[in-house]
Ligand binder design. Structure first.
Ligand code: FEO
Ligand code: CA
Ligand code: CA
Ligand code: CA
Length: 607
């Protein structure tokens, strides 16, 4: 990559080796505190963590499977703020404790003999999903603590939400719960997140399709293109909660009533969006912003807002051969008045990467690029509900699982991780996805031609993940032992331009075969121009490292550890022999948690 003239960040820490230990390792001179593990009480009756906690207790405790995260300072402080984090999903075997007295199904969910599920266990699973808002403060001893505060809040799979943008109020989202299509309940599978230029938080809805069942003989592209199958295959089986309450029956999208007002055939059409949350206002209703598209949203990253210019944000669809999208607002940004309504009018685009290093953004809008009623796209709401089908139609570039994005604060260059795609076959390679059977993943980046709102860009590959033989830095040089990585997922560029890369080698393959050399999932830091890369952190067994943010002074970094012990097989689980007992150790059930990283000398993280 050519030099940009931008100041290069320092990577002054001593790189650490790979690790297969059930612990967190950081470089010499760094400290790590384990913080807010799943089940930590934050509001209401403050119920203490217990494996026997009820579904209601869980709604007053930190959720499970910590993921995307942001620190919102209070009065600009770097020692006092709201930590806002996603809870992507649950591990039922750990969530309900080891002695639940019910047989586990093939996914580890306890069920009765007739296949029905315990309603309180289902409630606990719904409430362990979503988002936590937690006030956190650093004490004089340097340790961070939870502070009881009126803003502490759990948003869950049951929280009422408003739909906004072109899909809101249309027939696509009419349900028994919301006959006018204006509302829905809950957000699910919140992977990464984003922060708007007006300081609200956006939670992504990623693998939401796996929560729904549909037994109709035929289902249309609004569900079929997203993986909902005609057979009753939902992973969670929430619609089977004994007693059949409305809020759990809705996960069966089969047509049962006389019209859409009488059942939940449209319920899945209210999922797959970016959800805007105002952490400062605990009474606020979260809003699903439908104009940002409907797909398996990994997250969203905003370009730096410019007064008088459109708001621009980027979002990846994390599935094999899916796409990278960009939204450009119709109205300009004005700091004094900006709010979420800016995301309700504008144009969604999808990326096409040409093999010569140029690229273009194709508009997904009525009449553009063949998106006409004759071709099966009746209007804007229809295009957005069927974002994937619209992107297929315009001929966008099918990518190797787009995950997180980040924008270089100085050059404006946009980076995206492409985690892996072992289904890309020989002959299906292109310049932007250059490897078939891509088990290691890569990172792509581009510079927009002119402003972020433009339609042309120039791209190159930043890194190829891999071992010493297959990994490459931007100069095309092999990665050394301190730099090898695979399956890049989390990504963040700090104010000094350090590129933080987090890995998510799947629990089904980690520490095995071609992945053995990488050890446990980890975090590395890289420089944008020279492409120097150094391993900064390694996590415990069976987890992924995901979510990263610092305080404004960059002296405290928050990082999440998700699903430790996920590698435990059924036999070992039955024997109580979990692959991880992190963080408590001993015979404890493993729990997702946040890491708080500081330097012994109080310096900037990574410098
Ligand atoms: Fe939830 Fe794409 O990782
Ligand atoms: Ca992820
Ligand atoms: Ca994952
Ligand atoms: Ca991932």
């Amino acid at each position: 990559a050519a030099g940009t003239g931008a100041p290069a960040p320092s990577l002054g820490f001593k790189a650490i080796p790979v690790s297969a230990a059930d612990s967190v390792v950081v470089p010499e001179g760094y400290r790590v505190q384990t913080f807010i593990p799943w089940g930590t009480p934050i509001n209401g009756d403050m119920p203490a963590f217990s494996l026997d906690a009820s579904g209601e207790d869980q709604a007053q405790q930190v959720g499970s499977h910590h993921d995307g995260m942001h620190f919102l300072p209070l009065d600009g402080s770097s020692r006092d703020g709201l930590l806002v984090l996603n809870h992507e999903y649950v591990e039922p075997r750990y969530l309900h404790g080891a002695a639940q007295g019910l047989a586990l199904d093939s996914e580890g969910f306890p069920q009765h003999e007739d296949g029905s599920r315990d309603p309180d266990q289902v409630l606990k699973e719904l409430n362990a999903h979503g988002v936590s808002v937690v006030r956190v403060r650093q004490g004089a001893d340097g340790q961070w603590q939870v502070v009881e505060d009126a803003r502490n809040r759990r948003i869950t799979g049951l929280t009422p939400m408003r739909l906004a943008g072109p899909v809101a109020g249309t027939g696509h989202v009419v349900t028994k719960f919301s006959p006018d299509g204006s509302m829905t309940r809950g957000t699910l599978n919140n992977c990464s997140s984003g922060v708007t230029p007006w300081n609200t938080y956006l939670a992504a809805e990623e693998n939401w399709a796996g929560y729904f069942a549909n037994e109709d003989p035929e289902i249309d592209r609004r569900q079929a293109r997203y993986g909902i199958q005609t057979r009753d295959t939902g992973r969670y089986q929430w619609h089977r909660a004994a007693g059949g309450a409305d809020e759990t029956l809705r996960f069966d999208a089969s047509s049962r009533g006389a019209s859409a007002r009488d059942d939940y055939r449209n319920e899945p059409h209210a999922f797959g969006y970016m959800v805007e949350i105002d952490p400062m206002d605990p009474q606020s209703t979260p809003v699903k912003r439908t104009h940002l598209g409907r797909f398996a949203h990994e997250g969203v990253i905003f370009a730096p807002a410019v007064e008088g210019q459109p708001v621009v944000c980027y979002s990846g669809d994390d599935a094999r051969f899916e796409y990278i999208y960009k939204f450009v607002s119709a109205r300009p940004f004005h700091a004094a008045t900006a709010d979420g309504s800016l995301l309700d009018e504008g144009t969604l685009h999808v990326a096409k990467f040409h093999d010569n290093g140029s690229g273009e953004w194709l508009a997904l809008a009525p009449g553009e690029n063949g998106l006409t009623p004759e071709n099966g796209f009746t209007d804007l709401a229809d295009i957005l509900v069927n974002t994937r089908s619209a992107a297929d139609h315009v001929g966008a570039t099918r990518m190797d699982r787009p995950e997180w994005g980040a924008v270089d604060p100085v050059t404006g260059r946009v980076y995206f991780t492409l985690t892996n795609n072992t289904r890309r076959e020989p002959g299906q390679e292109d310049a932007a996805n250059p490897r078939s059977d891509n088990g290691f993943g890569h990172i792509i980046r581009w510079q927009e031609d002119g402003s972020h709102a433009g339609t042309r860009f120039a791209w190159d590959l930043f890194m190829l993940g891999g071992d010493r033989e297959n990994g490459r830095n931007p100069a095309g040089e092999p990665l050394g032992d301190d730099a090898i990585f695979a399956s890049p997922d989390g990504l963040w560029i700090d104010p000094d331009r350090r590129v933080w890369i987090q890995t998510d080698i799947s629990e089904s393959v980690m520490n095995n075969g071609i992945y053995e050399v990488f050890g446990n999932n980890q975090m590395l830091a890289a420089t944008p121009e020279s492409g120097e890369i150094k391993r900064f952190l390694t996590g415990p067994v069976g987890q992924e490292i995901t979510g990263v943010i610092t305080t404004p002074d960059q002296r405290t970094m928050f990082v999440n550890v998700q699903h430790p012990g996920a590698t435990t097989d059924a036999e070992a689980f039955a024997a109580g022999d979990f692959a991880s007992h992190w963080p408590e150790g001993g015979s404890a059930v493993p729990r997702s948690a946040t890491l708080v990283i500081t330097r012994e000398d109080g310096g900037i993280i990574g410098a």
